[in-house]
Design a binder for this molecule. Structure first.
Ligand code: IVH
Length: 720
């Protein structure tokens, strides 16, 4: 992108992000998912980092938190409601742990031995709420707002049964058994100030129930549990909140003495226990982990099983359990060092459509596939996504160059769900159905009353499938772990459209398919990687040139090498494109001149390398960096070998030995068999019924050997 284009993109991104933020934070309407918005913010952040001259004070990257709505009375929190840093991978978490260690030693705080454990909590996805209790009574309840000041929504919060209006008093003995300062704690509960923070949520079951009712009465449906919770608490009629039956789960308990925050609960685990005793609900799934290994296990478990819970969670909140560290580590900006939001992989992301390619299915149906700017979605890099058909493209109004939101729900294959049209620059291109089949060039048409366009050549799919299957078969590239069923699956899912595409497969592509597990996906990728180096005759055979079997492939391979012999230097491999170039530069007669080729084989070879589709596939293989290895000339230990570096060619039938035996003998004695008559030929061996080679050799004045001459030359009869 040019600087001007970058500036435009930044402006467009800012506008788009601000629009969705306003909808969400001020109007309580979610016009884009949080994950997709994050994806846009990431793009903006990256562009700004690379081009800092375009950062403006009003950029969404420059602020944190929401904005209070005017209609509610403001409520100031006793201490700020912080936000959390996000981690998306095990590496992020390990880096965090390292950072804390470094922070301690840099600030000479290392006399505190970092011997902490981690308290891991499920990260509920609802509305953050701060409750103030004075003399054990609920006196105020507010949203987070900008972290310092929120909106007092007490009347609405009072409709939530799991928010106690007064606190239970804990048993003194119990507090003592936890090694806590029971006197101070009881004093503050009874006659001091406490804040309890947590998340107000709607359960999934409740959302379903309400939506059924709303549907029956024609009311607009609630989009998701988070919106439902936020929407019902941030409106002025508490009756609506009653109907929504929200729940409140507490995740923080703060004691104040003389307006100062106290740290008297020793551990987060203790703090949670006490919160429960005071009368609050806490998630039963929270757990103490001794180290990050255990945290990772818990994270993996819930990333997989989060759907089993009746509330939505979008990650874990990992907190250092021993509270003494909280003060030592402190806060950076608006987030504490002692805690991390360890998110589950996002299931939505934004990316750009670079191109659209068309897949031909079993029945000839053409399916458009979007080629995407690779993007991380749910932990996997996604670079393709099916667009289903032309109707879908029109319904979503997709153009090449568009920024789109892609989604993966559960294990299904990712799909484009919408286009961010505000981000268009004007250079986007409309998508058309191809007039000709991308595989066989036949006519493409729409059958009556069908949505789909088809390639009208009924053999097209079958031929393509057969070609790919041939490419991977035992005598061709011999790619293990890739049977015909899998080839069919890959083709049907649009992951490949020819055999070269196999090399572009990513593990993540395979994981999205039935029958593929972690191991089988790894194995296939490994097999493909191993077959990037392949012997030339095998490679030529695998191209599936009509009438070219293994023997002809060997002969063509020899012909190619001899035709570019001088340009080879020390190389022992050619790139696929060098092979097609070499064949293209051969004249028809040169191919026909090869001993083993009849006219049909020669014609087929000649045409194959002039077909645009074939050349495109070879070009792709070239881009995947395949190395086509050829045998060097036999290493000769002694230059006294009988026929050192001499060249031979046979025509007609020999009576004493087969052609193959003769060729082997020639090679064994340090000589070479040439594929055709040329000036480079030293001897032409003539058997019974010689072909046109004899005439040609005579024209060039090449020495002609009878079978007997040849046998004598190679000492066939021994030294009698
Ligand atoms: S702790 C400094 N614990 O996640 C501590 N937050 O930015 C700040 N959340 O909107 C919060 N579950 O409402 C904490 N167990 C949990 C949580 C949790 C959900 C929300 C919180 C805030 C966001 C963090």
């Amino acid at each position: 992108m040019t600087k001007k284009e970058i500036k435009n993109r930044i402006e467009k991104l800012k506008k788009e992000i601000n629009l969705h933020r306003y909808n969400y934070h001020v109007l309580d309407q979610e016009s884009i998912s949080e994950a997709a918005l994050d994806s846009l913010k990431n793009e903006l952040f990256k562009l700004e980092q690379e081009n800092p001259e375009f950062i403006t004070a009003d950029s969404p990257t420059q602020r944190v938190g929401g904005q209070a709505v005017e209609k509610f009375v403001k409520s100031e929190h006793f201490s700020p409601m912080l936000s959390l840093f996000d981690a998306f991978s095990e590496k992020d978490m390990l880096d965090w742990q390292d950072r804390l260690g470094r922070f301690l030693s840099d600030n000479k705080l290392a006399n505190f031995k970092p011997d902490w454990t981690y308290y891991c909590e499920v990260k509920l996805d609802g509305l953050a709420v701060n409750l103030k209790y004075k003399n054990a009574l609920l006196v105020e309840g507010a949203t987070r707002g900008d972290g310092k000041i929120g909106e007092n929504i007490l009347s609405n919060l009072k409709t939530i049964d799991s928010i106690p209006l007064s606190l239970n008093l804990p048993d003194e003995k119990y507090l003592k058994s936890m090694n806590l300062d029971s006197n101070l704690i009881l004093k503050i509960i009874k006659s001091g100030l406490i804040e309890v923070r947590g998340e107000a949520i709607m359960t999934k079951r409740r959302l379903e129930k309400i939506n059924k009712l709303y549907q029956a009465s024609g009311k607009p449906l609630l989009a998701n549990t988070r919106n439902a919770a936020a929407g019902s608490l941030r409106q002025l009629d508490p009756r609506l909140a009653v109907e929504r039956k929200l729940k409140f789960y507490a995740y923080d308990l703060i004691f104040y003495e003389n307006g100062k925050r106290l740290n008297i609960l020793l551990s987060r685990q203790n703090s949670e226990l006490l919160t429960k005793i005071l009368g609050f609900k806490v998630p039963e799934n929270n757990k103490l982990c001794n180290n990050l290994e255990e945290v990772f296990k818990m994270h993996q478990y819930w990333a997989k099983n989060k759907n089993k819970l009746d509330f939505n969670i979008d990650g874990l909140v990992v907190k250092i359990n021993e509270l003494k560290w909280w003060d030592v580590l402190g806060i950076v900006g608006k987030a504490p060092r002692y805690s991390m939001a360890y998110k589950f992989p996002a299931e939505q992301a934004t990316t750009k459509i670079k191109d659209v390619v068309w897949q031909v299915g079993r029945t000839g149906v053409l399916t458009p596939t979007a080629v995407l700017d690779p993007v991380n979605l749910g932990g996997a890099i996604i670079s393709r996504s099916t667009l289903h058909n032309m109707d879908e493209i029109e319904r979503l109004d997709i153009m090449i160059g568009d920024t789109v939101i892609i989604e993966r729900a559960g294990d299904v294959i990712p799909k484009v769900i919408s286009v961010l049209k505000n981000l268009r620059s004007g250079s986007e291109q409309k998508i058309y159905t191809p007039k000709k089949c991308p595989i066989c060039d036949s006519k493409v048409d729409k059958l009556k009353e069908e949505v789909a366009f088809r390639c009208l050549n009924s053999r097209c799919y079958a031929v393509n499938l057969r070609q790919i299957s041939h490419f991977v078969s035992k005598n061709a590239l011999d790619i293990e772990n890739l049977g015909p069923k899998i080839v069919e699956q890959l083709l049907n899912e649009g992951l490949i459209s020819d055999f070269a595409d196999l090399y572009g497969l990513k593990k993540e592509d395979l994981l999205a398919l039935e029958r593929f597990g972690d191991k089988s996906a790894d194995n296939l990728i490994k097999s493909l990687e191993e077959r990037k180096k392949v012997k030339m005759p095998r490679f030529i055979y695998s191209l599936g040139i009509r009438h070219v079997g293994e023997e002809s492939a060997q002969a063509l391979s020899d012909l190619i090498i001899s035709s570019i012999k001088d340009g080879l230097n020390d190389k022992n491999y050619l790139k696929p494109a060098e092979i097609s170039r070499a064949v293209l530069s051969l004249k028809r007669e040169e191919i026909e001149g090869v001993d083993d080729f009849g006219p049909i084989v020669s014609e087929s070879i000649y045409e194959f390398f002039r077909d645009e589709h074939n050349l495109k596939i070879i070009e792709k293989l070239n881009n995947f960096k395949l190395e086509i290895v050829f045998e060097k000339e036999p290493k000769i230990s002694s230059e006294n070998m009988l026929l050192f570096k001499k060249t031979f060619l046979l025509t007609g039938t020999l009576s004493s030995l087969t052609r193959d035996m003769a060729k082997a003998k020639i090679k064994e004695l340090g000589a070479k068999v040439l594929p055709a008559v040329s000036k480079k030929l030293d001897f032409l061996i003539v058997g019974e019924n010689p072909g046109s080679k004899l005439e040609k050799a005579q024209e060039l004045g090449i020495k002609i050997l009878s079978e007997d001459d040849f046998l004598k030359m190679i000492n066939f009869y021994g030294n009698k």
